[in-house]
Design a protein around this ligand. Structure first.
Ligand code: N7M
Ligand code: ZN
Length: 259
């Protein structure tokens, strides 16, 4: 049965959204004490080619760094995944202040921002658009951001943001290694079955949320907040608080790859 999901997460969404089923929605709170260690979970193997980076653009919701996903150049396998997945894009969610902004929470703790690396199952499907509708179609790696020392690898991205301040603006972006945004330790993660956190909210995501966060500077995060939800003709609205609120667990188990 499909349930109505009120669009609490963002004023931009008008009226209730119908989602298929609605009992595998994301994000969620990860109650650490209730996670279950699974010794069968393998280490994650992420192989990314910085040369396949194509463009960075403001989609009116976040900014996306998109990769050429027509070949198996950027793959994710292992971890909870049975198949091989292809990176298509990564993006972030953040708040208007450093006190909130992440989508997932850990024991209700909010982080100032969260990175999502979006992959689709290239063993079973030929396009993202196909995979996004399927139960085992997507794998998204979530990485929490904390405010601290400057992230040298992120700076190249930050320097490109003023050029895509408005919705639908896009610039060519080449040579960016998404691997530089992963924490040192990618063996410790939580994993559960969920959904996209923005429309179409389809329940096709194997979530892999890293236990270890990365650090970015206050100034780097401030540049995220200088982006706009709006296009050049509209009244300006700062791109902040582009996160969805935590959704009910509905009996799901969150597994951990570590004790
Ligand atoms: N926030 S999230 O759950 O990681 C997410 C990822 C991809 C999408 N959609 C998507 O990638 N659409 C096609 C090309 O951008 C929506 C939400
Ligand atoms: Zn996201």
């Amino acid at each position: 049965s499909s349930k109505y999901v009120l669009s609490q997460m963002h004023p931009m969404w008008q009226g209730p959204l119908v989602v298929p089923g609605g009992d595998r929605q994301s994000p969620i709170d990860i109650a650490v004490r209730k996670t279950v260690f699974d010794s069968e979970l393998k280490p994650l193997v992420a192989t990314y080619d910085p040369q396949t980076c194509q463009q960075i653009w403001n989609n009116g919701y976040s900014f996306l760094v998109e990769y050429d996903d027509t070949t198996d150049k950027n793959t994710l396998k292992g971890g909870p995944l049975k198949d091989k997945f292809r990176l298509c894009q990564f993006h972030f969610h953040w708040g208007e202040s450093n006190d909130w902004g992440s989508e997932h929470t850990v024991d209700r703790r909010l982080f100032p921002a969260e990175l999502h690396l979006v992959h689709w199952n290239s063993d079973r499907y030929t396009l993202f658009e196909e995979a996004v509708m399927e139960e085992n179609g997507l794998a998204v790696i979530g990485v929490f951001l904390k405010v601290g020392k400057r992230h040298e690898g992120l700076q190249k991205l930050v320097d490109a943001l003023p050029a895509i301040r408005h919705k639908d603006s896009i610039v060519e972006f080449n040579r960016f290694d998404p691997g530089c945004l992963l924490p040192a330790n990618i063996d410790d993660y939580w994993t559960y079955h969920g959904s996209l956190t923005t429309p179409p909210l389809t329940e096709s995501v194997s979530w892999i949320v890293m236990k270890q966060h990365i650090e970015v500077s206050h100034d780097q995060l401030a540049v995220f907040r200088s982006l706009l939800f709006t296009s050049a003709e509209e009244v300006q609205k700062s791109m902040v608080n582009n996160f969805r609120v935590q959704q009910p667990l509905r009996g799901r188990t969150v597994r951990s790859s570590f004790t």
